[in-house]
Design a binder for this molecule. Structure first.
Ligand code: PFF
Length: 457
């Protein structure tokens, strides 16, 4: 059997990969972004399209990306280059690796700013200063935060330092150590919150909102957003799963493991949505509040509930953890590339990459206040200027296009033998089904959604 060795080390077990990949997938995307997008795009129909996108596009590409990573055993750029050479294809395929790496850096830049908000709210919640906060009070606390660039910069800096710290310690001592502690805590916290929302929130209405589909609300922009979010939430299209795949021991089944990761990610998103909307509806708050949703509405709800300060602090702690394990994944493609290409040590690579993402984060910080402007995207009004532009550019454009390239490369450029060898046998029904989907369904689905969003079909 054909094998390369990663210079960055390997996960010590299948479980470690599952924890790390789930840590990468589960993040602000599940708990902050998915609920606010669901609220903005009207609920059930959006959720249904998102689930279809996950099944037909997200999961097949996740399997393909992990497979490419394990076969290439390098940073995404070099894995693309090596696999293209193996297949006798054009070397420009590595540009896809480049685009993903840059998209990862851009996402990290704003991700860290939002993670900074969660740190700020964690401190506020824990200090008890949000007890019995009114609707206006919560609104003005949030506005004060986003109108204060220095304060956001301070939290953004703290979060970026946390990310650099973990990543600079390497695969075993940094990444594994972090997810080993954080992931079980995260699941335990989520469970506590589900029980809490079940007892004190309006679960029935939240369920109705999330699973009752009203297709009249489904615009082309909503379709593209659901598709983009399927990529974002599974961390595909960036190269993060590819680089995690590069550290995967050879014997582990890629398909089974990837499906498990995707399932865990989806369960967390749906549960987070149920928790958040139960609380929102129990207090007659607005579901379509955009990126501020959890920050503006949840403190009111927690502030009125018995033990709310404690559970509110738990909630924001959960968010910090999920953001942390995802930002590690966002930065890893670039760090591993720098180590391979420039032969610098990991610590330096992590610091330099972190500094670039930190600087870029300032653009997001200023977009929320002094640089803000509004524009319309597919009929939806966006108010946060360059922050929204960066988000749309990455989630709705680069990630789906990167995923499309992965599907085309694996389905049409790599030989069927090497693909089936890496995935452990080409005779099973599962493999045949996946291969068919990756070759035909996934590319067509991504293209159709794209063309529809830009008004061609
Ligand atoms: N999947 C993460 C989330 O849902 O928050 C975001 C993310 C992490 C995207 C890592 C891409 C990535 F490489």
């Amino acid at each position: 059997m054909y094998q390369r060795i990663s210079i960055h080390g390997q996960w010590s077990s299948r479980l470690m990969f599952i924890l790390a990949a789930t840590g990468s997938a589960v993040g602000l995307g599940n708990i902050w972004k998915f609920p606010y997008l669901t609220g903005e795009y009207g609920g059930g129909a959006f959720v249904l399209v998102y689930l279809i996108c996950l099944a037909l596009v997200g999961i097949p590409i996740l399997i393909a990306e992990v497979m490419m990573g394990r076969r290439g055993r390098q940073s995404p750029v070099f894995s693309w280059q090596t696999l293209a050479a193996d297949a006798g294809a054009n070397g420009s395929w590595k540009l896809v690796g480049w685009a993903g790496m840059l998209a990862g850096l851009i996402i990290l830049s704003y991700y860290s700013v939002i993670a900074g908000w969660t740190l700020a709210y964690l401190v506020r919640m824990a200090s008890g200063s949000l007890i019995r906060v009114t609707e206006e009070g919560a609104g003005s606390i949030f506005t004060q935060l986003v109108m204060d660039p220095e304060r956001m910069l301070a939290w953004h800096t703290i979060f970026m330092v946390m990310t650099i710290k973990v990543i600079s310690r390497g695969v075993k001592k940094g990444l594994e150590q972090a997810v080993r502690i954080l992931m079980p805590l995260l699941f335990a916290l989520l469970l506590v919150l589900v029980i809490y929302a079940w007892r004190h929130g309006d679960f029935a209405q939240a369920y109705e909102f999330m699973f009752n589909s009203d297709f009249s609300k489904l615009t082309p922009a909503a379709l593209l957003t659901a598709l983009g979010h399927a990529f974002f939430t599974l961390s595909v299209g960036v190269g993060a799963m590819m680089v995690y795949g590069a550290y995967l021991p050879s014997r582990v089944s890629i398909a089974k493991t990837s499906i498990l990761v995707a399932l865990l990610d989806t369960i967390v998103a749906l549960l987070a949505g149920l928790v958040i909307f139960s609380i929102v509806f129990a207090h007659d708050l607005a579901a379509g509040d955009g990126p501020g949703l959890i920050f503006q509405t949840l403190p009111i709800a927690f502030g009125q509930m018995p033990g709310g300060s404690f559970f509110g602090a738990l909630f924001f702690l959960l968010l910090v953890f999920t953001a942390w394990t995802s930002s590690i994944a966002l930065i890893e493609p670039m760090v591993s590339w720098l180590v391979e290409k420039r032969d610098v040590d990991r610590i330096r690579a992590a610091i330099w990459t972190g500094i670039v993402a930190w600087l870029l984060g300032i653009v997001t910080i200023l977009s929320l206040n002094s640089w803000s402007f509004s524009f319309s995207f597919g009929g939806q009004l966006k108010h946060h200027g360059l922050f929204d532009v960066l988000d749309i550019l990455t989630s709705s454009i680069i990630l789906p296009l990167g995923g499309l390239c992965v599907a085309l490369f694996v389905g049409w450029v790599m030989s069927r033998e090497s693909v089936s060898e890496e995935l452990g046998g080409g005779k099973s029904i599962g493999f045949k089904l996946w291969y068919f989907v990756v070759r035909f369904i996934t590319p067509v689905a991504v293209l159709l959604v794209f063309l529809r969003a830009i008004g061609v079909v």
